[in-house]
Design a protein around this ligand. Structure first.
Ligand code: BES
Ligand code: MN
Ligand code: ZN
Length: 499
């Protein structure tokens, strides 16, 4: 896959099959050179269309124009795409529009050129465009005997006003990240009979080996011996062994800052003895998206080499009912010495994470921790699928995480961690309960539970990606299934911390 940035105004020389032309709503087309040039190819059909359809330009509106070989020897089709209002075009929307272009370029098309209005500064937005476009070029039909999409896409050309030396570096960075996102989406889409805890261990091992990262894999027996009894309690119902994987990237030497990434890796969440209703179950194969995103971010980070140390720690297991499974009311003890009353075995994410959080603090004394987890249905109730829920402390670190998200086109929305939430997770028999005794605030009380295992001075942010890790149905702008959410934010955060 090649990405080339070319100086605009040379449409006649393009070697691409398809030209995508973005237009803002209510724009003054006559002053936009990109439209004028593309219109030339359509023999004025585009201009006539725009004159008739004055309201054209809403996001994800698209019209194709066939181009005669007499007009251009390579370009067969021009697709006019609405970008919405300029004032409303943030990084999130631009990235999604790029996904839309990648998804709607047409089957079997191998090369596309992208031309955007001058107001979009390509130099600043190149990474969003490349990552988005490649995300659109994704096939989720892993197990279909006939592939529906053709992924042998070869070349994306982006037309730009200015082309500086720095731009190619940005393109290369984007290609690295886009590749990691694809891998994350692929494993998250895999069903739980394939993507078992062991499968994820292999995924992490491959990333570690290919990029010379240190990796430790603790077996279920070792997890118990180390005293991580809260983590181990979740695995009891499964026939498959639990693994706790720790991957390390050393980019800054022993005196440099360390970021810890902790990812929830439940390869299937049935709820356990507190079993889930049937209609919510099949997609619970995606409950390892947090771990997958952390591994994917590690891969991209190890290739991009920011001057920061990153340690990634992920518990990998299934949550299933059986005669050996944890039962509501059970009390377990973790590495911190703290005890938990398991009121509901379906609140298992916070259980596995609590010991992983304790482990990284004890062993690596990280300056910053970010955990990433499909933790609660409540975050979906709060935010829909439009933003990841963020909670943490202190505020300036949470702000940096949110800013890293904004820079890469991922929406992060902060929810509170009020002291009062702690009252709701008190236990009469143990130090803390894994379920709130109150009705609302499910995402917040879950985060409050995690905070109970975070040292007083520790900087920490929790990303609840239950809202963003999965697209429920096929949309014009994105495919059904895993999204790879938070990979770009984690990579950007590591880079921001290295500055
Ligand atoms: N994995 C789920 C959360 C989830 C829900 C992720 C929907 C993705 C989509 C989590 O382990 C869970 O079951 N949470 C419960 C918590 C409850 C028992 C307190 C929930 O949200 O219902
Ligand atoms: Mn659950
Ligand atoms: Zn879960």
């Amino acid at each position: 896959m090649r990405v080339n940035v070319l100086k605009g105004g040379k449409i006649s020389e393009l070697k691409c099959e398809v030209l995508v032309v973005g237009v803002f709503a209510k724009a003054n087309f006559s002053s936009e050179q990109s439209v004028a040039e593309a219109d030339e190819l359509t023999d004025g059909a585009m201009r006539r269309f725009l004159a008739k359809n004055k309201k054209f330009g809403k996001p994800f509106e698209a019209v194709p124009f066939q181009i005669s070989p007499k007009k251009h020897k390579n370009i067969e089709k021009v697709i006019l795409v609405g970008l919405g209002d300029f004032e409303k075009l943030d990084n999130y929307k631009l990235r999604l529009l790029a996904v839309f272009a990648g998804k709607n370029k047409g089957k079997d098309v191998k090369s596309v050129a992208l031309s955007l209005p001058k107001k979009v500064i390509i130099e600043d937005k190149i990474d969003l465009l490349v990552i988005g476009f490649l995300d659109g070029n994704f096939d989720s039909g892993h197990h279909k005997s006939h592939k529906e999409h053709h992924l042998d896409f070869e070349e994306l050309v982006i037309l730009s006003d200015k082309v500086s030396g720095g731009i190619q570096k940005k393109v290369e960075r984007a290609l690295v990240i886009a590749d990691s996102i694809h891998k994350v989406r692929e494993v998250v889409n895999q069903p739980s009979n394939i993507a078992t805890p062991e499968y994820l261990v292999s995924f992490a091992k491959k990333i570690a080996q290919d990029n010379k990262l240190k990796i430790q894999v603790f077996s279920e027996k070792q997890v118990n011996e180390l005293g991580m009894g809260i983590m181990a309690s979740v695995a009891k119902g499964s026939e498959l062994d639990l693994y706790f994987v720790v991957v390390r990237y050393l980019g800054a030497g022993s005196s440099g800052p360390t970021l810890a990434l902790v990812g929830k890796g439940i390869t299937f969440d049935s709820g356990g003895i507190s079993i889930k209703p049937g209609e919510q179950m099949d997609w619970m194969k995606m409950d390892m998206a947090g771990a997958a995103s952390c591994f994917g971010a590690m891969e991209a980070i190890s290739k991009l080499k920011p001057k920061v140390n990153v340690v990634c720690a992920c518990p990998l297991t299934e949550n299933l009912p059986s005669g050996k499974a944890s039962k509501p009311g059970d009390v377990v003890k973790g590495l911190s010495g703290k005890t938990v009353e398991i009121i509901n075995t379906d609140a298992e994410g916070r259980l596995v994470l609590s010991d992983a959080l304790t482990y990284v603090q004890k062993n690596f004394k990280p300056d910053y921790i970010v955990d990433c987890a499909t933790l609660t249905g409540a975050v979906i109730a709060a935010l829909g699928n439009l933003a990841t829920g963020v909670m943490g402390k202190p505020q300036d670190f949470v702000d940096l995480v949110i800013k890293s998200g904004e820079e890469t086109g991922e929406r992060m929305w902060q929810l509170p961690l009020y002291d009062e939430y702690h009252e709701l997770i008190k236990s009469y028999i143990a130090d803390i309960a894994n379920l709130s005794s109150g009705k609302g605030g499910g995402a917040e009380t879950a985060a409050k539970f995690l905070e109970y295992f975070i040292d007083k001075k520790q900087k920490w942010a929790h990303l609840d990606i239950a809202s963003t890790a999965w697209e429920e149905s096929d949309k014009p702008y994105t495919a059904k299934g895993a999204t790879g959410s938070s990979v770009t934010t984690l990579v950007q955060l590591a880079e921001n911390l290295a500055k």
